[in-house]
Design a protein around this ligand. Structure first.
Ligand SMILES: *[C@@H]1O[C@H](CO)[C@@H](O)[C@H](O)[C@H]1NC(C)=O
Ligand SMILES: *[C@@H]1O[C@H](CO)[C@@H](O)[C@H](O)[C@H]1NC(C)=O
Length: 291
């Protein structure tokens, strides 16, 4: 009875092991299998070739793919980091119910510059990870511009403020749409406009660098913001070099990174020379530019 049972069991196990299907040919050759839910987004992010090389073959000597994957991760880090970059500014405006002290002109300049940069990237079909923060910063700027109008409204003239809000919104959207139409704005013109935005964004740094130099102090400048902008623009130099072949964008990012680097150096050199060291780390500079 017992021996029959044992024989039956062995036979049983043997049949099961024989019948157990090998999932599909090559199953055991593939090393790192991920479920499709994870695999597909990863593969579309770094490309099929790099996905197979890095994840399935785990080839960590494939430096080209490693560099590319790192660039992608860095790019999305910048994009998501920028998603809330202007929220503190908006919270300040809303809580004070006032946008006093904000320069409308500089918001206009910055927002239109970002719209040009965005249109340029869209028309060049660049990957989202290489410029995505522009979408977030531009839309937050549009909101802040509308807030400036809203909180500056004359009392009791409601139709006026609605008109100026709609007018501003239509101007932003209209300009953006025009920039996207190749027959109206040929690519060479858009590239020229892009080139013009480079000195515009750089010019905003120079007065700060000059003031720091004259004072031999970085005063109210937020160390966190300065380091943040330096890290962001330097990372953009890397992602632009790795993923794009665009000397215009590269030049803009290199120059922005250099000027932010000068600010970082000034923070280091003038460290402790501020009149009130407490203000260095505790005050942020919400008006500082994102690049
Ligand atoms: C890993 O990648 C490198 C660079 O692409 C390649 O030369 C090498 O043959 C790959 N090794 C394996 C085991 O696939
Ligand atoms: C730094 O210089 C600027 C302009 O030169 C001046 O307005 C500002 O008050 C100075 N700040 C400090 C902390 O000395």
């Amino acid at each position: 009875m017992l021996s029959e049972s044992i024989i039956f069991c062995i036979q049983c196990l043997f049949t099961i092991s024989q019948a157990a299907p090998i999932p599909y040919p090559g199953f055991f050759e593939q090393k790192n299998l991920l479920p499709p839910l994870l695999r597909d987004p990863l593969a579309s992010l770094v490309g099929e070739t790099c996905y197979v090389s890095l994840v399935e073959d785990f080839n960590i000597t494939d430096t080209a793919c490693l560099k590319y994957a790192f660039s992608k991760a860095l790019g999305f880090g910048i994009v998501f980091g920028s998603a809330v970059i202007k929220v503190p500014q908006m919270v300040t405006i809303i809580s004070k119910r006032s946008a006093k002290g904000l320069s409308l002109a500089s918001y206009y300049l910055e927002t239109y510059a970002y719209l040009i940069i965005l249109a340029y990237n869209l028309r060049q079909h660049n990957p989202f990870s290489t410029y995505g923060e522009v979408v977030f910063i531009a839309s937050q700027n549009v909101l802040i511009t509308l807030m400036i109008f809203w909180y500056a409204r004359p009392v009791a003239d409601f139709s006026m403020v609605v008109k100026s809000l709609l007018g501003n919104l239509m101007a932003f959207v209209g300009v953006f749409c025009i920039l996207l139409v190749p027959t109206w704005i040929p690519l060479w013109l858009l590239s020229s406009l892009y080139a013009v935005t480079i000195p515009m964004t750089l010019a905003s740094k120079l007065p700060q660098i000059h003031a720091n130099y004259i004072n031999q102090s970085t005063g109210q400048l937020s160390v966190f913001a300065v380091l943040n902008y330096f890290a962001g623009t330097t990372a953009r130099v890397f992602t632009t070099m790795t993923e794009l072949d665009d000397s215009l964008m590269l030049a803009g990012n290199v120059l922005a990174s250099l000027l932010n680097g000068v600010l970082v150096m000034q923070v280091y050199l003038y460290w402790g020379k501020s009149m009130d060291p407490a203000t260095i780390s505790s005050t942020s500079n919400p008006e500082a530019k994102a690049d």
